[in-house]
Ligand binder design. Structure first.
Ligand SMILES: NC(=O)c1ccc[n+]([C@@H]2O[C@H](COP(=O)([O-])OP(=O)(O)OC[C@H]3O[C@@H](n4cnc5c(N)ncnc54)[C@H](OP(=O)(O)O)[C@@H]3O)[C@@H](O)[C@H]2O)c1
Length: 173
């Protein structure tokens, strides 16, 4: 059972502009859908709001400090530890992965609990106001993580160049 953060990130660390993604990369959207389908996804309330609804065919969990916030299509938790205390045993029992799907606040909170970080690294700088934690000049530089795998894009029609990277925890949590 793993807890994995998955994100797409610009060279300058940007992951969002307002409530939106600053790019449209269909191959990356497909990678995200294929990776998380059938798994458990955990997100911050703002990311849920930007999606507008739960992702289909996945167990969806949202964290918020607002005790009166609720939706019919996702589980709601008051903090990350409570969420992981419920979701990790469920994932273990069902041989699933817990994917942390953003945004920046939740990626930051989840860093100590992550086994891997899957980043679609885009070779362009973007204007934006939401940043992936510890991402500088085209690389994730969190202590205790190493880049373990890289796959180049296959979609030559995209105006962007990007690669799919896996960072693995190199030391115990
Ligand atoms: N590029 C990518 O792969 C990617 C992926 C996902 C999202 N994004 C982008 O990221 C942006 C959204 O990210 P964000 O950082 O602004 O928001 P976020 O992480 O999605 O959500 C933040 C919210 O989570 C809740 N929260 C945060 N810390 C908490 C804690 N300790 N305990 C309980 N609840 C807590 C709060 O909800 P309440 O305010 O309700 O209390 C907070 O406002 C958007 O631009 C989106 O497009 C990009």
């Amino acid at each position: 059972m793993k807890v994995i953060a998955i994100a797409a990130v610009g060279r300058n660390g940007v992951i969002g502009r307002g409530s939106e993604l600053p790019w449209d990369i269909p191959e990356d959207m497909k990678f995200f859908r294929d990776s998380t389908r059938g798994q458990i996804v955990l997100m911050g309330r703002k990311t849920y709001d930007s999606l507008g609804k739960a992702l289909p065919a996945r167990r969806n969990a949202v964290i918020t400090r607002n005790g009166s916030w609720s939706v019919s299509d996702a589980e709601v938790y008051a903090d990350l530890s409570t969420a992981l205390n419920v979701l990790k045993p469920a994932a273990l029992a069902q041989e699933k992965t817990v994917f942390v799907i953003g945004g920046a606040e939740i990626y930051t909170l989840s860093l100590p609990f992550l086994d891997e970080v899957w980043l679609t690294e885009i070779d362009s700088d973007f204007e934006g106001d939401v940043f992936f934690p510890l991402y500088r000049e085209g690389r994730f530089e969190a202590e205790g993580f190493v880049r373990a795998g890289v796959r180049e894009q296959s979609d030559s029609a995209s105006p962007f160049h990007y690669r799919f990277c896996v960072y693995q925890r190199s030391r115990p949590k």
